[in-house]
Design a protein around this ligand. Structure first.
Ligand SMILES: *Cc1c(COP(=O)(O)O)cnc(C)c1O
Length: 425
């Protein structure tokens, strides 16, 4: 799908694009919110993905097996709960470009970020600083701040923020790499988002990993806005760890479980500090219940508890869809759909009503365009929402437009931009 399409601002053109879209059939596999009998234009898949219709059946299977088997469902259920986390490894690994053993689904994103920092933020008196992107998601700041304080360091001193050059909205890769170099002797961990939740910028994770490691720091990523959105190659890029949530582009529902990657070079290293629980224990002898923690190999060795089956069942349904589609087809449509949105939105930007702060180069972004409104962004947002649209607003003035390639259509995008245009009238 690398063909260059000459976009047109017309409904007929958008409908033509939908006809030629190889993923068009997937749209009908999702529930769209209805208000007063009207289907909403949904552009919030970066915040909470829509529900795959197959979710209900996946939850029902577990409800029935619990009813029919009680505790025996751990082994007799159709998806035996004892091994439930294992049903996710390969499919999740395919989405983030990892080996199955490097990936585990458990807990939630922020919890996992803490668990990973317990293992991979090991500050010394000389090397104790953490580098994060300025304007990171608040939870990431809180996690980093509390870890720094937990180890007895001063947050303002130990946290290094990456900020754009004056007058610019996003970070330049060369500036990120130079800053890592500049702090090469004191940097313990580089921990940044894959895609920044606010600007929609995708960072060069491969280059960051390489330079981070070359100065002797550990490297970890928060992929909340990248998992299921960007074609990642975690194993090859080689960060020490990565964490993500699955309720955004991965459609696992509110509070859905977290994902975690630990590179295989750490797979079998029982000397790494970690907070342990019985489900991370070596599987064959787990029920001997002996004192002394023996972790199983790979990311699964960081598990604490047995699988949260009801929270995980929706993700099982969703990963089946991702597995069928594959990241290549998804990314191809993502670029067309986001490109079309960009084309239309530029077409209605008379008098500098707004500025798109997301990079225009497709390799530096995913499915999100962040629109910084000149003027009263909150009122514009409200006027857009009043037209059967669901889209997200972030203080002070940014509306995040996120077409999800699995279920948004080109026609959706066309009507969406019509609604935006009207909101500015
Ligand atoms: C969505 C998001 C979170 C949310 O964390 P939870 O622990 O899942 O509530 C954290 N960090 C980033 C970067 C996010 O985008």
């Amino acid at each position: 799908m690398e063909t260059i399409v000459q976009f047109e601002n017309s409904l007929i053109f958008a409908q033509e694009m939908d006809k030629n879209d190889p993923l068009q059939a997937y749209r009908s596999q999702f529930h769209f919110p209805m208000i007063n009998g009207q289907r909403q234009l949904y552009f919030c898949g970066n915040s909470l993905g829509l529900q795959p219709k197959s979710v209900k059946e996946h939850i029902n299977i577990e409800l029935e097996d619990w009813a029919n088997w009680g505790v025996e469902g751990h082994f007799e259920g159709r998806n035996p709960w004892y091994h439930y986390h294992k049903f996710f490894s390969q499919k999740m690994a395919n989405v983030v470009g990892a080996k199955a053993d490097e990936v585990v689904i458990f807990n939630t994103l922020t919890t996992n970020l803490h668990l990973m920092m317990v293992s991979f933020y090991q500050p010394t008196q000389k090397r104790y600083k953490i580098m994060i992107e300025g304007g990171a998601f608040p939870s990431d700041y809180y996690a980093v701040e509390s870890q720094i304080k937990y180890h007895g360091f001063d947050y303002d001193d130990a946290c290094i923020e990456l900020v754009p050059r004056p007058g610019e909205d996003t970070l330049r890769t060369e500036d990120i790499l130079a800053k890592i170099q500049a702090h090469k002797d004191e940097l313990a961990l580089v921990m940044i988002g894959g895609v920044n939740y606010y600007t929609g910028q995708f960072y060069d994770l491969e280059a960051i990993t390489k330079v981070g490691h070359s100065v002797g720091a550990k490297v970890g990523f928060d992929l909340a806005h990248a998992a299921g959105n960007i074609k990642l190659k975690l194993h090859d890029w080689g960060p020490d760890f990565a964490v993500w949530c699955t309720y955004k582009y991965l459609n696992s529902g509110p509070g859905g479980p977290g994902g975690c990657f630990v590179h295989e070079r750490h797979a079998n290293n029982p000397s790494l500090p970690r907070f342990a629980g019985w489900w991370g224990y070596e599987e064959e002898s787990r029920f001997m219940m002996e004192p002394g923690f023996k972790p199983q190999n790979g990311a699964a060795g960081w598990q604490l508890s047995n699988a949260q089956v009801f929270a995980m069942a929706p993700l099982k349904a969703s990963l089946d869809i991702f597995d069928e589609v594959g990241m290549d087809a998804l990314v191809a449509k993502r670029d067309q759909l986001t490109g079309y949105l960009e084309f239309l939105i530029n077409d209605i930007n008379q008098d500098n009503r707004f500025k798109i702060i997301t990079p225009s180069n497709t390799k530096d972004r995913g499915a999100q365009l962040s629109m910084s409104v000149n003027g009263d962004g909150k009122t514009i947002h409200k006027k857009i929402m009043e037209q059967n649209v669901i889209v997200d607003f972030r203080e002070p003035n940014v509306i995040r437009l996120a077409p999800a390639p699995l279920y948004n259509s080109f026609e959706d995008v066309y009507h969406f931009v019509q609604a935006i245009d009207k909101a500015f009238d």
